[in-house]
Design a protein around this ligand. Sequence first.
Ligand code: HEM
Length: 552
Amino acid sequence: MPSEQSYSTYFPWACIALVLFAVWRRNRARYEGVRALPTPVMQDGAETLWGHEKAIFTGTPGVAIRRWSQEIGLTFRIKAALGAKDILVLGDPGGITHIMHRRIYDYHHSEVVRPRAARLLGKGVGWVEGEEEHRRLRNQLAPALTRENVKAMSHEVRHGVAQVLDELTAHVATEGDEEPLNMVEWMSKLALNVIGRAAFSFDFEGGNGPEARDILDGRHRGVAMAKRKAAFFLLMLLRRFTFLNKLPIPIIQAQGAARAAIHRGVARELLRRDKDIGAKDSSNHRDLLTLMMDAYKSGELTQQLMYDQISTYIVAGHETTSQTLAFTLYELSRHPDKQQRLREELDEFVGEPNYDDFNNRLPYLDAVMKEALRLYPALPYMERVATKEDLIPLRYPVKGPDGRLITEVPISPGQVRAVVVAVVGGVLTADTDTTSFIQAVLIPIIAVHRMDHVWKDADEFRPERWLGDLPPREQLTSGWGNMLSFSDGPRHCPGIRLAVFEYKVVMTNIMKKFLIKDSGYNIQLGISSSLQSWAVGREEEGPWLPVRLELL
Ligand code: HEM
């Protein structure tokens, strides 16, 4: 018989062994759960080095994922580049809503996305993680973007739009209608001018002032560089070796040029002006600037954080809106019938539509906007990393390679990290985290918006679908217009009301002034943090969306 002493010696070890076994079993089950997911067939022998990522990030955005979704279902696992851990592609509308609505604070921007967000926007509300700090920053500025406040901004919005459209009109009057005009450029000037006037009382001089030029040039440089082949390889390297973010590599650091220009110019100027004017009565001025200044003066925002918030709202507020407008104009140039229908609706409207008219009385304009946002979501992919364990429920179960039906995906905390270096398959790879079996969840927004089985003629620009011909609700995600263009849940875009109002003011004015004509150029879509387009044959000139304009 074992003695009492041997019991006391072995008992703690037995307990430890039991705990370890339980942990191993649980991890094994989670591992099996993820492993059980289907994986697309590799192509072109690309698997050793670039996994499936190459097809996603170098091909036309969304196309590869749509093809794989047709073959193996809406949720699957893909091989990452350079031997990194697999990536979960989640196209299931129920699974997406689960993350975006219920668990967003447990899924952080990945270590690939976060440094990029810091460079592009600054370390403000779009970058910060953690519920408490995020809500604090967001709530500070929320009053500036309510319906009532956007209504109150309408004069500034219209004025900012008119300033740039007057210049465009003069340009077309002088140059005629033969020259293809780059709508990316014109709409960027316009949207920057509007966010400056409406939210910051800052005059970008119709997008021609020195600060505007700095910001727009910086942005242009960052996007132009993304077209280079090296950009893809760098992205893949960044995924494995995040310290590269800190090195002075031109393609990476160019992304920060617009933000740096805002900090150097606009933010300093705003602070200087406020000091000169002294304490002003803010009761009637609840624009973003006033709320930021209030928070700064009361000690709730440091100066650096205020600068980062200013750059966040200026960059996030102008680039997305301008892209959506430019894509719309390009599509209308190719669809004269849709353009005509839109013009007729606007012509029939008596007077100038106000905020409520735009929301309730111009259905085709609304449909045109939704269709542009469906086809061209400014953020085509969203990449998140779980910080806690989770079970993602699938509305549309998928079949694993062993024939098992998978109804939910177990997720462990994971991260893309590069500290320990090992040699795998001849490629230098690194990872410290052994508990997670996937490195990130990729929500393929552009693919979800163009799933063939959901949208049928998915690649067609057909605004009519929004007037009563929508797919069944359960096939769609939640979010504005049942899409993910403005994201969804607690971190959805806070600028929706301003963006929608501004878009509609611009389109109304453009329809009245110009006939939009096809330039004859085809475009090619690509990604540089946001969705971009290049004119085929003019790639060297940077982002382009060409149309010809004729004065009416
Ligand atoms: C058509 C126009 C717009 C589109 C398509 C758009 C889209 C988006 C998307 C997809 C996100 C989520 C990003 C992420 O989670 O990584 C976002 C966040 C954000 N947007 Fe917009 N946006 C637009 C206009 C605006 C405007 C006009 C403003 C400012 C007034 C703005 C300010 C922001 C901010 C501050 C965030 C970060 C929110 C957070 O993380 O809580 N956006 N936007």
